[in-house]
Write a protein that binds this ligand. Sequence first.
Ligand code: ADP
Length: 640
Amino acid sequence: MGIRAWLRPPRHLLALFGIVTIVPAVVLLWLGWKVIQQDRDLDGPRVQARLDREAARVSADLGRVLDRIAVDLPHWLTDPPTSLGNDAMVVRLDERGVDAHAGAPLVFVPAISTVAEAPSSIWESGESLEIRGDPAGAARAFLSLTASSDAGVRAGALMRQAGNLRKLGRAEEALTAYRALAALTRAYVAGEPADLVGRIGVCQLLASLGRTPELAADAASIVSDLARGRWAIDRATYEVRVDQLRAWTGVPDLSQGVALAGAIETLWQQRGASPRSSSLRTSLRTDGHTVIVLSRTVGDGQLVFAATEAHLAREWSALLRVDAATASIEDANGVTLVGQPPAAGQRSAVAAATQATPAWMVRVTASASPAELAAARWRRWLIGTGLAALVILIPTGGYVVARAVQKELAVARLQADFVSAVSHEFRTPLTAIAHLTDRLQRDSDIPDARRTEYYAALARDTHRLGRFVETLLDFGRLESGAAVFRLESTDLASVVGDVVGEFRADAAAGQHRVDLTPNASLPPVRLDRESFGRALWNLLDNAAKYSPVESPIEVELGRDGDRAVVRVRDRGIGVPAGEQRQIFRKFVRGADQHNSGVRGTGVGLAMVDQIARAHGGNVRLESEVGVGSVFSILLPVEDR
Ligand code: ADP
């Protein structure tokens, strides 16, 4: 039987099977789905725990970094590390203002120590000439003072002289005076460094003279000196001068320097206001920058570290490096000081960075880790696939086992049927023989005619028993593979003729007429006469058994391609389509035959099939219920 036929399920088995296996499989599937969902739900707490750990670690690291800065501050003042760059500075403040400074340029200072300028009485004579509208006289008066040994006096005189010369239209002389003023690097005039005033004066003159290229170069150099924090000036002066310069040259973005200086200024201004704490950590939002300020009191003064976000991003990036997450530092209001602000909706953890007030927080925000994601995906895939395999295996395994058991049961049932059929086959003739023998023994008055009849019946039954025993022995041999076939080149027509003749004479033929249509043109075939004869006998016997009394049986010889065909046709009950394959299996009898009382064991057709195969041929059946059947044995003809 083919694997497909074997697998084809009987209907009741499918129902049983559905209950026994599909239900547990569905339950298993549901459970698996739940497990996967739970695993997914657990991902959240797992990630949160990791973030909490990382936040605590980063905040501890940050604490250490801040402590380290506090310790290093005094050294940095004298020996600034290059890491301070252009965006961080250290200053020492005292009540007069900035006392010492290192690192990024301090573009303006919170307070300027008063610088001694020349007494105003010196300028009286020159200024009175100015008032009287005599700039030439005033210029001369100031000229005499430009040679003073006091730098302050010299600076004041040069500024005033230059002003008068401009009024007189003596531009070249005024320019010389301003340049001389610009050369005075240590003096102050009108509260500003003399050289700054002088250089601005030069620019104003150049502007009025239309000497643009010179003007642009001079103005740019002042801008760069301002940006480098060359002058200790206050914020107002710085801003006024930068605004002025903007008219003459391009000014780069100076906001970082302004923010740092602004932070120092704010801190200095707050000195009196806030209670003096020995150490302070704060952040200021000023001039478009976030500046963090760390300070500690040392003696009378205050050591201050100020840095912009650019510095922190550069120097603290290693500190904020977290696997599969981004870390940032926030102030107490949740404003991000360093790092990326967390994106909305992302899982994050927060840890206090310091004990200082206002506190800084470290926030660690999850970004899905590829490894974590891959592990979760792999885990779910394993669970899913395992379950799917189970769900497939349970019904399949269950089905195969059920089918095998069912087959075994069917075989056992067939065997039981076979045994009872065999017993019946024996018992019927044996009972008759016993009965006749008894009559013959006991009754000596039996008329001769009757006695002859009895003997004939005895012979018939004995013959029938013998043939049956032969059949069983043959079947046994075929089953065990012990059957030996002696194939010889044979004239098929003559063998068929012999068997048909023998069958006609046998009781098994009953009332049936057996017609043989000969065929003289058949080539010889290789045959074992005896076993082929038995196969054909079986077909004839069946034709007689399964067709009405007196219906004809036709035997035809023919050819089908390179094969010879022996057909046995009857007009009997026919074989239902569903049984046409089954009946060739051993012990299988037609469903109707179990009840109809037709004798039989179910081994006949199995033998016919095996014998045909042993000859290199096969058996074919065409049948219609109620019309009749044609069983054909096809055998290869011998090559000539
Ligand atoms: P048995 O005849 O002893 O039952 P077989 O193996 O010879 O066993 O036949 C198997 C079954 O095939 C029979 O029980 C019968 O149902 C069916 N069968 C065989 N030959 C015919 C036939 N000529 N017409 C109808 N049914 C047949």
